[in-house]
Design a protein around this ligand. Structure first.
Ligand code: HEC
Length: 282
């Protein structure tokens, strides 16, 4: 199953090389820090019966140079991760033997792991990111350990926040009121869930065990990957009941776009700030 695409790729490259008479591969192009594309990586031999998540792509690409010191390393995975296994201990970001303390977040909407070092990485050295034993998929299967990428930093920092920061008033409340609060409001309280006010969210969702998947809470601050609400809106196959917004009662409001799903996930990742940063000085 895993064998044939590689064979096909090699065959295509060989034909291209024969036709053009020059020796190149997609990995031979010099990388710069401004590239945002990522590439397929090989995290080592895969047993043929292996069914767990694997790394589909990574940025910075292996061999990249000129990467800003505060870059956020991004890994896309083929399956959802078990949030209990996503800890700093299962990654090793090192330069030579010197290991870095890392921060990370996992976004279940894009199945993307974001890893960064704070303070920023040392300039102009090579960094290696490895996955260690212990990272698992939601299906319980192990993610194969191994080196994921290797890149060189430059002198610069981007000063970009590692996670985007949507605001409750500006972005989140409008999404909830368009698609969710017709059912989940303080009056009808469908499924005991109230999403039409910060107080309702705090009392009926935050740290509240879910009915559908009792090992998960509805919203876990800073952990979208531990928040059942996110799996309900992305419609993951193992949720119980309907994907949200549901069409069970009357006609369904518009489904959430991928961007809107990301906003909710990022907002939970920030710890659900309810007040606009601009409003706090009043
Ligand atoms: C048409 C009515 C309706 C709309 C609109 C709706 N829901 Fe629901 N929701 C339900 C019903 C009914 C249930 C219980 C049955 C189920 O889980 O499928 C539910 C369950 C849930 C649950 C699971 C609660 C638990 O503890 O298991 C979550 C989380 C949720 N909704 C979030 C949302 C969000 C977020 C939106 C908007 C994107 C939304 N819902 C829109 C009717 C609705």
């Amino acid at each position: 199953m895993h064998g044939w695409p590689t064979v096909a790729l090699v065959a295509v490259l060989t034909v291209v090389q024969l036709l053009s008479g020059c020796d190149f591969g997609p990995w031979a192009a010099p990388s710069t820090g401004t590239e945002t594309t990522s590439t397929e990586v090989d995290t080592g031999p895969e047993p043929s019966d292996y069914r767990g998540p694997r790394v589909l792509s990574v940025w910075p690409q292996p061999g990249a140079s000129g990467i800003p010191r505060d870059a956020v390393i991004r890994l896309r995975l083929s399956g959802h991760l078990d949030p209990g296994s996503v800890t700093a201990g299962v990654f090793n970001l090192r330069s030579g033997p010197v290991r870095r303390w890392i921060s990370m977040s996992y976004d279940p909407v894009d199945r993307e792991l974001r890893i960064w070092s704070s303070p920023a990485l040392t300039r102009k050295v090579e960094w290696v990111l490895e996955i260690l034993e212990g990272l698992r998929g939601l299906d319980g299967e192990m993610v194969l350990p191994g080196e994921v990428t290797r890149f060189r930093t430059n002198d610069e920092t981007t000063e970009q926040p590692p996670i985007p920061s949507p605001s409750y008033e500006g972005e989140i409340a409008p999404i909830l009121s368009r698609s969710c609060t017709g059912c989940h409001n303080a009056g009808s309280k469908i499924a005991g869930l109230v999403l039409d006010s910060p107080q309702g969210i705090a009392e009926t969702a935050v740290e509240t065990l879910s009915d559908g998947w009792p090992s998960f809470v509805r919203i876990e601050p800073e952990r979208p990957d531990s928040s059942y609400l996110i799996y309900k809106i992305i419609g993951w196959k193992d949720i119980s009941g309907q994907p949200m917004p549901s069409a069970l009662v009357g006609s369904a409001p518009p489904a959430l776009t991928k961007d809107e799903q990301r906003l909710l996930s990022d907002w939970i990742g920030m710890g659900l700030p309810f007040v606009d940063p601009q409003d706090t000085d009043s």
